[in-house]
Design a protein around this ligand. Structure first.
Ligand code: SF4
Length: 268
């Protein structure tokens, strides 16, 4: 087991959502148990494999997760090989040239070839790869409605909205509360589009992880006697482009990316 110098060193690695999936009441309590050597870091199911890898921990747990991921990716690549990428490109707002479908994802081009291999200058982790494959195989040829709704109002949303609130909206609100300027920078970094007069919010931005799967984030700053608030909205037709489970994975992935960037600025 790797040695940590102090409890905060462990805490920095966790997403601080206090989701309790590890059966501890808070991430801080879990970090204390890890620091004392009572529990392995891999007991937090939300730690991405690269963090475990960086810390050289629990190679068997890491291998198990990597194997699972590789099997899933391989099955999804198989499905891509059966698709007509030219037709799919038209459905998902992409282009097709030289045997590759290309989408602009958060302002950056990401391509996929006919073997299902993703090609991009940006680092593609499983948070992104799985929604990417799922989007291409699932997207229907239907235009977006232009109406924003919270996840719970989507057809399958009732099964996911609590988890989505816990894993996406709450951690995102924490980033916005602690680092409001950084939060604004982050959305700029990901080519967010400012939305004027849409919702009563101090920050309203649309991010486009995929051209036809926009995400609206509305943040209301705290004022005297009023707590801050943050809500995430999807197009009412989002499930025609991606299954609800993948929308959740996508939201959690965005938060994960934001947290990593925010962590670099945090000092304890
Ligand atoms: S499962 Fe991970 S993220 Fe959730 S409370 Fe435990 S340590 Fe924190």
């Amino acid at each position: 087991m790797a040695q940590f110098k102090n409890l905060m060193e462990v805490l920095k690695l966790l997403n601080k959502s206090n989701c309790r999936k590890c059966n501890e009441k808070t991430c801080m309590a879990f970090a204390a148990e890890v620091f004392k050597g009572n529990r392995p870091l891999s007991d937090c199911p939300d730690l991405p494999p690269e963090i475990l890898e960086t810390h050289g921990l629990e190679h068997s747990a890491l291998k198990e997760r990597s194997d699972e991921f590789l099997t899933l990716i391989s099955a999804m690549q198989q499905q891509i090989q059966d698709l007509d990428l030219l037709t799919v490109a038209q459905r998902v707002g992409g282009t097709f040239a030289d045997g590759r479908l290309t989408l602009t994802c958060l302002g950056k081009p990401v391509s996929i070839d006919m073997n299902g291999k993703i090609i991009s200058d940006i680092h593609v982790n499983h948070w992104f790869a799985i929604p990417f494959y799922s989007h291409l195989t699932h997207a229907k040829d239907k235009p977006l409605t232009g109406r924003w709704v919270p996840l719970r109002e989507l057809k399958g949303g009732k099964d996911y909205f609590r988890l989505f609130n816990q894993r996406c909206e709450k951690p995102l609100k924490k980033i916005a509360d602690d680092h409001t300027e950084l939060f604004e920078d982050l959305v700029r970094l990901f080519k967010g589009e400012k939305v004027e007069d849409h919702y009563e919010a101090d920050i309203s931005l649309v991010l486009r992880p995929f051209p036809t799967v926009p995400v609206l984030i509305c943040y209301l700053k705290a004022e005297e006697g009023m707590a801050s608030d943050l809500n995430v909205f999807f197009d009412e037709g989002a499930e025609e482009k991606m299954p609800i489970r993948t929308l959740y994975t996508l939201g959690a992935g965005l938060v994960n990316m934001f947290e990593k960037i925010a962590l670099r600025h945090w000092t304890f």
